[in-house]
Design a protein around this ligand. Structure first.
Ligand SMILES: CC(C)(COP(=O)(O)OP(=O)(O)OC[C@H]1O[C@@H](n2cnc3c(N)ncnc32)[C@H](O)[C@@H]1OP(=O)(O)O)[C@@H](O)C(=O)NCCC(=O)NCCS
Length: 236
């Protein structure tokens, strides 16, 4: 099994980790495929995991139809190498999948769990330029106490300046929600936060961490030791 295979196999665990802890979140199997709602009205708010193996186009059609019957338009996530079989769908986004080893390093500043979801969201929302209410739906207090997800924040002089999430699955930790307050970016905080994530993943018994970057953030991750292993595509 290649690293790319392992990462693709971990995608479902990544989605399932959102759980049913907030309104509108659910995970169901339809035609053998995992359908997950993140409980937010965004194009990526409803996903069909059509990986790690080459998906049966009829199963994908059935899962899409199931979503549409409920008034929702899903995104189908597939590995780039399996894209040809789903030619009726258009590509919405390419999601580079990158991996780094989990290893305990020298953490540059105070990183730990947030006091509550509001502290996490105080960075998460502004860092990603979220519309009002989105961060509140994506991170609720119940998310902070679930064992398979870790939330981290970094503080500098009492100010919460960075955030990140780790989602365990398939022996790897998935890193998401890495954000730095807009007026604190380009000062090395993001790099330190990723180092802290790799330390935390090692403490959680994982050998590696992975993430889905955007085309824009891929150079940032490569500059701090992440390697591109695969590309996932969001189709609709
Ligand atoms: C991406 C992010 C977390 C980086 O944090 P940061 O504290 O600004 O990063 P650092 O200061 O540690 O940057 C280290 C290096 O990465 C590169 N880098 C950082 N941000 C970059 C970007 N947006 N695009 C390309 N390269 C970038 C630079 O080479 C930088 O070094 P330099 O400042 O000497 O040129 C931060 O910009 C952020 O919160 N962005 C918005 C949310 C986001 O897009 N998160 C990633 C989701 S996939």
């Amino acid at each position: 099994m290649t690293l790319a295979d392992r990462v693709a196999a971990a995608y479902a665990a990544r989605l399932r980790s959102y759980g049913a802890r907030a309104p509108g979140r659910f995970a169901v199997e339809v035609a053998g495929l995992l359908v997950v709602s993140l409980g937010v009205d965004e194009p990526w708010g409803l996903q069909i995991a059509a990986l790690p193996d080459e998906p049966d186009p009829m199963a994908v059609d059935a899962a899409i139809a199931w979503c549409r019957e409920r008034g929702r338009q899903p995104q189908v996530v597939v590995r780039e190498q399996h894209r040809a079989g789903l030619s009726g769908l258009r590509q919405v986004e390419a999601l580079p999948a990158l991996v780094a080893s989990a290893e305990v390093g020298d953490d540059a500043f105070e990183v730990g769990p947030p006091r509550d979801a509001a502290e996490f969201r105080a960075v998460y929302g502004p860092a990603f330029g979220m519309r009002p209410g989105l961060a509140e739906a994506l991170v609720v207090d119940a998310d902070l106490t679930t064992p398979d997800v870790a939330h981290l924040v970094a503080r500098q002089d009492g100010v919460t300046v960075a955030c990140a999430q780790l989602r365990d699955g398939e022996g790897m930790s998935y890193v998401s929600g890495v954000g730095v307050l807009p007026d604190r970016q380009r000062q090395g905080i993001g790099s330190s936060m990723l180092a802290a994530c790799r330390s935390e993943a090692a403490r959680r018994g994982c050998a590696s961490v992975w993430l889905n970057a955007s085309a824009r953030s891929q150079p940032f991750y490569e500059s701090i030791g992440f390697d591109l292993v695969d590309t996932h595509l969001a189709l609709a």
